[in-house]
Design a binder for this molecule. Structure first.
Ligand SMILES: Cc1cc2nc3c(=O)[nH]c(=O)nc-3n(C[C@H](O)[C@H](O)[C@H](O)COP(=O)(O)OP(=O)(O)OC[C@H]3O[C@@H](n4cnc5c(N)ncnc54)[C@H](O)[C@@H]3O)c2cc1C
Length: 283
């Protein structure tokens, strides 16, 4: 059974590119850049994965034609990671060939811990060939991120740091919010030291304020990092950061396969459930 889209519209910009593009323009007008995510995950047959690659290739054409300031974010399970590493690699490289031709950028989102190792391996492979056209995400809650961040920072990778959105057991991930915040800060310090422009992806005032204070105290200029948030969350804060001269980017998901993304947003904060319920009572 498919749920009606209006339930998700708080977090998802539309079911098509055409529906999402006006939202992207509004953000760009406020000096906020965008990364578009064509929603979907865990594609397990080649026909579907091939369609996804073609859809992403078309997205670069769409972005160019619409003349909007947006990169793209992808999940490797959508490019066939469950089918095979080599197959997924071919799909990723096809996409990156197009990205390079368009002078564009592809961010590889990080999924649950079953995929972390393979995602990092494919990223490293892609980074060797495509350099600044590809970036990755690290999750502060994973114990392994301590090592991963050091290695990726040494390589000069473009990293988005986030807390982590998937349910993971304590052998794999920190469970306590203060510990996750401290890990986030430790990893971000390494990225700020070693990489050109770390992406600070959080809605958490404690981490936003910490980043502002830490970078000021260490004379790290505003151009050396970027704040990132999700579409529909704390846009007022994002607009204020943009007005104050910070680099800002909003992750704008769109597409018909919005349910898993929507469910993650509902389960990570109870307030988000109220946002959705309130849309039921608004015209
Ligand atoms: C741009 C972006 C990309 C992401 N990519 C990935 C990815 O590839 N893989 C992955 O696993 N996860 C990803 N995430 C999700 C991330 O891992 C977290 O699950 C998510 O961001 C929630 O953590 P948080 O730090 O934003 O704030 P939370 O931990 O949800 O909240 C902490 C505090 O922040 C404040 N706050 C948060 N939200 C609000 C709000 N709406 N209104 C008012 N106050 C609020 C409150 O004070 C709250 O107590 C991404 C997040 C962003 C922003």
């Amino acid at each position: 059974m498919k749920l009606p889209f209006f339930l998700a519209k708080r977090f998802v910009a539309g079911e098509s590119f055409e529906a999402a593009v006006s939202k992207v323009r509004e953000l760009n007008q406020k000096d906020i850049r965008v990364t578009l995510d064509f929603l979907g995950e865990n594609v397990n047959n080649r026909t579907m994965a091939d369609k996804m690659v073609a859809r992403y290739v078309r997205l670069f054409d769409n972005i160019g034609a619409a003349d909007i300031d947006s990169t793209i974010s992808v999940k490797l399970t959508m490019l066939g990671l469950d089918i095979g590493m080599n197959y997924c690699r071919d799909n990723l490289f096809t996409l990156l060939d197009v990205a390079r031709r368009h002078d564009q950028f592809v961010r590889i989102d990080m999924e649950s811990s079953d995929y972390t190792q393979r995602t990092i391996e494919l990223f490293k492979d892609a980074f060797r060939t495509y350099g600044g056209h590809v970036g990755i995400v690290l999750q502060a809650y994973l114990h392994r991120t301590r090592e991963d961040v050091t290695e990726l920072a040494e390589m000069g990778a473009d990293v988005r740091m986030c807390k982590g959105a998937y349910d993971e057991p304590e052998e794999i991930a920190l469970q306590n919010m203060n510990e996750i915040r401290e890990a986030f800060k430790a990893h971000t310090r390494i990225l700020l030291k070693k990489t050109a422009c770390p992406r600070i992806a959080t809605h958490d005032d404690k981490l936003i304020d910490w980043t502002r204070n830490y970078t000021t105290d260490h004379h790290i200029g505003m151009s050396r990092f970027e704040f990132q948030m999700l579409y529909g969350l704390r846009q007022d804060t994002m607009e204020r950061l943009a007005r104050n001269g910070f680099n800002t980017r909003i992750y704008v998901p769109f597409g018909t396969m919005w349910f898993p993304y929507f469910k993650r947003r509902l389960t990570e904060r109870k307030e988000n459930i109220w946002f959705v319920l309130s849309t039921l009572f608004k015209k």
